[in-house]
Design a protein around this ligand. Structure first.
Ligand code: FES
Ligand code: FES
Length: 158
């Protein structure tokens, strides 16, 4: 059966992109399979785990739940878009420094969500970070060091 495709244009990690995608493809699959951005992870595929978290027009979303065609005209940021040149984003560096990464599968989603929380919450504390990460599941149960890493970034901005 032939699948219907359409061309979309959007901004991806600061750069304009044009891509032709099947109308039924989700954003996660487009990022990984069409655009080779494999930092965003596929785990549950049904909005339960947060491994596929990206920023869309500033908000965070589960990219497995959104059609790729709905990126048209929008601004998308993935984990690959956070670092500047060879310099890691402060959250990425903090996760490394605190040993917050075990298998690493949940980490891109955690960092994307943490970036949103840090950017949008002037009164962020450990309890609020914990609540804000409710949708991000770690199968290695490495939450304590994740909280340590994000808290260190919050404290360094005060
Ligand atoms: S893969 Fe999207 S929420 Fe789990
Ligand atoms: S570090 Fe393994 S899933 Fe979180």
């Amino acid at each position: 059966m032939m699948s219907l495709k359409t061309q979309i244009n959007f901004k991806l990690n600061g750069q304009p992109v044009t891509v032709t995608v099947p109308v039924t493809m989700n954003t996660l699959t487009m990022l990984r399979d069409e655009l080779d951005l494999t930092g965003t992870k596929y785990a549950c595929g049904e909005g339960e785990c947060g491994a596929c978290t990206i920023r869309l027009d500033g908000k965070t979303i589960n990219s497995c739940l959104m059609y790729a065609v709905d990126c048209d005209g929008r601004e998308v940021v993935t984990i690959e878009g956070l670092k500047s040149g060879e310099t890691l984003h402060p959250l990425q560096q903090a996760f490394v420094d605190h040993g917050a990464i075990q298998c690493g599968f949940c980490i891109p989603g955690m960092i994307m969500q943490a970036d949103y929380l840090v950017e949008n919450n002037p009164d962020l504390d450990r309890a609020r970070i914990r609540r804000g990460l409710e949708g991000n599941i770690c199968r290695c149960t490495g939450y304590t060091k994740v909280l340590d890493a994000i808290t260190s970034v919050v404290e360094s901005r005060e």
